[in-house]
Design a protein around this ligand. Structure first.
Ligand code: ZN
Length: 261
């Protein structure tokens, strides 16, 4: 199953996505499936209909929790050790944008980079859950780009500005519930050229462990998102690039890059 959030010009609605790539149809459902059982309204819309625009499949109710250095080869490329416990940071929900929304490069950074990541979408109020029970609290998985102002990450002691700015968290194109995420390919392409190509099996801490660990720090609310870290190959984004993050068995999250002014 794939669950998208979309608009045809009015209020956002949710839909199941059916069909092969390029032929997808949206089967419209009533309400938000994180909170309500999935129930089709009977309306179907073609994804390539000009009126249809996919939105971020979820706007996190309270937070996005990022995990730094969760792939050894990425930690090494930036000259860091793999941490002995997950290295957590927060991105505000105002950093979220959806498929095809532009990533606007902030004026105060000269080096903004892509980070292709598997994202976990929480389905239930979660506090102090064990790794064994953690996946029972997950609504599904999507793709994310943990866009990072690398120069600012180095110059500021805190990562808030480097990773929290508007547009720094593209997510989508939809949520896949009940996905086995032990060994999925995670890639980033810029203008069609592959920059990152890793597998979730290379993560130091897996999805279940991360949900458990994060839930010992924060109460997770339905719709909150955990970013699971990025494989090696991060690199710069410049004006008019098109960046694609693809997670196997989920889909492709594509965003144009713009520098204003
Ligand atoms: Zn990241």
């Amino acid at each position: 199953m794939r669950i998208a959030r979309f608009t045809t010009g009015q209020d956002p609605r949710f839909a199941l996505v059916e069909g092969e790539p390029g032929q997808e149809e949206l089967v419209v459902i009533t309400g938000d499936p994180i909170y309500m059982p999935v129930q089709p309204t009977g309306e179907r819309v073609r994804l390539d209909d000009d009126a249809v625009r996919l939105l971020a499949p979820v706007i996190p109710r309270s937070k996005i929790v990022g995990v730094g250095r969760n792939y050894a080869d990425h930690a090494a490329e930036l000259g860091n050790e793999v941490p002995s416990a997950p290295l957590l940071f927060l991105k505000p929900n105002t950093s979220v944008i959806g498929p095809d929304d532009p990533i606007v490069l902030p004026d105060w950074s000269q080096r903004v980079e892509h980070e292709a990541e598997l994202a976990i979408v929480i389905g239930k109020v979660t506090k102090d859950v064990s790794p064994e029970r953690a996946l029972d609290h997950v609504f599904g998985f999507t793709a994310a780009n943990d866009v990072t102002a690398r120069d600012i990450q180095r110059s500021d002691d805190q990562w808030t500005r480097a990773k929290g700015f508007d547009g720094s968290c593209p997510i989508g194109p939809w949520i896949v519930p009940a996905l086995d995420t032990e060994d999925l390919q995670v890639t980033a392409r810029v203008n069609g050229e592959t920059r990152q190509d890793g597998r979730t099996s290379q993560m130091v801490f897996d999805a279940a462990f991360l949900v458990s660990y994060v839930s010992e720090v924060f109460t997770l609310l339905p719709g909150d998102v955990i970013l699971t870290g990025t494989p090696a190959g991060v690199g710069p984004l410049t004006d008019r690039d098109v960046v694609e993050v693809e997670v196997e068995d989920i889909g492709v999250l594509r965003n144009p890059v713009l520098r204003r002014g």
